[in-house]
Design a protein around this ligand. Structure first.
Ligand code: NAP
Ligand code: G4F
Length: 323
């Protein structure tokens, strides 16, 4: 039985990846942070009565906790999905963002090198590492990266640390540069979930308006369960490498908002207000990915933009009071 550690197992991707690995017969070890309130809603169904699923308290910024789990489990695969993943928040907590997303990755790589060098390592890289206005799109593995946020910078540092451990120590340290991917499990402060939840609540008479920031930015939005299949595929390759994972289609935030409102028969302009407090000091105006490299391995996105919007709104209509 293969053993995998997932950092960030309580997050959107971590929960889907845990399900995928368990379905493939893995023993899955998830790292969770201790918080003052419960944060395990996405994995509660896995924790109860599942002999192959184990959780540990740990934090990427706490090196002893990470090396302790690695030396105990000696996993075949380590999926590093844990991160302070909110771009706007990273401007407010830049030091912590770099500590968890960059130094945290160093902590994992060093622990693997010393304690479990046979372990394959996956780093969750991000399309937010791109971002120079005017760069010709679509972006691929060779597009220059000049990040526009502390989050993007932290992910670029981690991307290069992964490369250095691959090249310098010969470790299986691989990475996917994932463009935005969404699902009903998306955190409520990301724009898609904020919109789908608000549209559902407005439709049900539980909310009367939706306040947003920049509606002009464009994002390449995919479906999270499909994107974790790409993560798994990247880890199963013979050699570590770099892969862009994207749909190759881009839409403005405004289009997402209009699609969601019109799906429930409402006009967005009656409910949406703009407040600068949701805008960022620096914005990435356009994200559009070219996933032809991973598509050669057999991965292809299936869910279309309007299906993603509708699936998220449908879920929130059925669960309006869920966080
Ligand atoms: P998410 O829902 O925000 O989940 C992030 C996870 O990381 C949560 O489990 C969180 O724990 C954990 N975490 C945060 N700080 C940590 C720390 N210091 N130590 C250990 N764990 C920590 O993010 P996601 O959407 O699943 O994304 C997964 C990964 O892919 C992240 O690294 C993200 O940056 C990256 N990524 C995401 C996208 C996307 O569109 N979703 C695109 C490209 C890259 P708590 O539950 O305790 O907060
Ligand atoms: O949903 P967002 O917060 O996602 P963003 O910044 O693109 O980052 C996500 O995708 C990255 C991959 O490219 C990941 F690495 C990262 O971890 C995260 O998952 O914002 C999307 C767009 C931005 O242009 C933002 O300015 O929506 C715009 N926006 C407009 N109003 C808003 C809002 N974003 C948020 N979060 N909240 C708003 O009210």
């Amino acid at each position: 039985m293969k053993k995998a550690i997932i950092s960030g197992v309580t997050g959107q991707d971590g929960s889907y990846l845990a399900e995928l690995l368990l379905s493939k017969g893995y023993e899955v070890h998830g790292i969770m942070r201790r918080l003052s309130s419960f944060a395990s809603a996405r994995i509660d169904h896995l924790i109860v009565g599942n002999p192959n699923f184990h959780t540990y308290h740990g934090d990427l910024t706490d090196s002893p906790s990470i090396s302790g789990i690695i030396s105990e489990v000696k996993p075949d695969e380590f999926y590093n999905l844990g991160a302070m993943s909110h771009v706007k928040v990273s401007f407010e907590v830049p030091q912590y963002t770099l500590e968890s997303n960059a130094v945290g990755v160093l902590n994992v790589l060093e622990a693997l090198r010393k304690l479990s060098p046979h372990t394959k390592f996956y780093q969750a890289s991000s399309s937010e590492m791109f971002g120079v206005p005017g760069t010709p799109a679509p972006y691929n593995e060779n597009t220059p990266m000049i990040p526009q946020s502390p989050y993007g910078l932290s992910k670029l540092a981690a991307f290069h640390l992964t490369r250095q451990y691959r090249d310098g120590y010969g470790m299986f340290a691989t990475t996917g540069i994932l463009f935005n991917h969404e699902s009903p499990r998306r955190g409520g402060t990301f724009v898609t979930k904020k919109v789908s939840k608000a549209v559902a609540k407005i439709k049900l008479g539980l909310q009367d308006s939706l306040v947003l920031g920049n509606l002009d930015a464009k994002r390449d939005w995919g479906w999270a369960p499909e994107f974790v299949e790409a993560i798994y595929l990247i880890m199963q390759q013979e050699k570590p490498d770099i892969y862009v994972v994207a749909t190759g289609e881009t839409h403005t935030i405004r289009e997402f908002v209009e699609e969601a409102f019109s799906y429930v028969g409402l006009e967005s302009k009656k409910f949406v207000r703009i407040d600068d407090k949701y805008k960022r000091p620096n914005e990435v105006p356009l994200l559009l990915g070219d996933a032809s490299k991973i598509e050669k391995l057999g991965w292809k996105p299936k869910m279309k933009f309007h299906e993603i919007v509708r699936a998220m709104v449908d879920y929130d209509l059925a669960h309006p009071n869920e966080n």
